[in-house]
Design a protein around this ligand. Structure first.
Ligand SMILES: Cc1cc2nc3c(=O)[nH]c(=O)nc-3n(C[C@H](O)[C@H](O)[C@H](O)COP(=O)(O)O)c2cc1C
Length: 249
């Protein structure tokens, strides 16, 4: 196994960081790595905001419910950004472009571009001995994050990325058996193998939750997910995104 694969297979989210900021060079390497990711039609339809202002960090930590936002060595917010694509366009061209900028297709393009960039940045960080944790929790009050970061139309915050020197080493969190997520030629050709894989995973995760070194509990994968998704989650995000001009048609 080569070192890149070894690093990828050892990923775990880090939620406790040493009190040591990232250097400018580390930040630069992460952003440059993000920019090297493949990007749909070369649009590069994302922006990355490094949050260094302690009061903004503090407020995002509070609204997301995650102290590791504040206690990280650096905190990034990855935004889907279609705003830049109309740069320099005359009003007539902009009107024509809007049919695309406002549709679901281009909302997906920007979200995918941002996610690929973020994962490249994350791998770069991990290769430098840093730990990372994505923070979808910023969408708990997405409108406030929008205000804090002064985002214009066609720009929305998707998730944060807390980065820093790890101050713990959690156990690897198990993933679904491959039979549950990788299929050849058609979707789920062997339904029985698929069900067996999910059953096995519930057992695996139950054991993981019961035995892990922190926050032990009695739970399994399917029960946990059904419990989470039986309550409304961030229902106001749809309206917010449409208010920014995106995903409207
Ligand atoms: C888009 C995204 C958003 C996430 N949001 C949060 C978050 O708000 N808070 C948090 O503690 N972890 C968050 N995570 C981390 C996941 O909980 C974590 O990746 C998952 O449980 C698997 O654990 P592992 O990364 O340690 O393997 C997020 C991950 C992703 C990809």
């Amino acid at each position: 196994m080569n070192r890149v694969i070894e690093q990828i297979l050892n990923h775990r989210s880090i939620r406790t960081f040493k009190d040591e900021p990232l250097t400018d060079e580390q930040i630069h390497i992460m952003v440059e790595s993000a920019q090297r990711a493949s990007t749909s039609s070369h649009y590069q339809a994302y922006s990355i905001i490094g949050v260094t202002d302690p009061s903004i960090k503090e407020e995002i930590a509070g609204l997301s419910g995650h102290a590791h936002v504040k206690n990280s060595g650096h905190f990034f917010v990855f935004c889907a950004d279609l705003n830049r694509l109309a740069y320099g366009a005359d009003p007539e061209t902009k009107t024509k472009m809007n049919a695309n900028l406002e549709n679901t297709e281009h909302f997906l393009v920007a979200a995918i571009d941002a996610a690929l960039a973020a994962q490249n940045a994350s791998l770069a960080a991990e290769s430098m001995g840093l730990g990372i944790c994505y923070i979808g929790g910023i969408r708990t009050d997405i409108k406030r994050v929008d205000e804090l970061l002064n985002l214009p139309e066609f720009v929305i915050p998707l998730f944060g990325l807390a980065v820093g020197y790890p101050d713990h080493k959690p156990e690897l969190k198990p993933r679904l058996p491959m039979e549950a997520i990788y299929f050849e030629n058609t979707y789920r050709p062997d339904e029985q193998a698929y069900h067996r894989a999910l059953e096995r995973f519930d057992e695996t995760l139950q054991e993981y939750y019961a035995k892990r070194s922190t926050n032990q509990r009695q739970d399994n994968w399917s029960t946990q997910i059904q419990r989470k998704l039986s309550k409304p989650v961030r229902m106001e995000v749809t309206e917010y995104i449409q208010s920014k001009g995106m995903n409207k048609r």
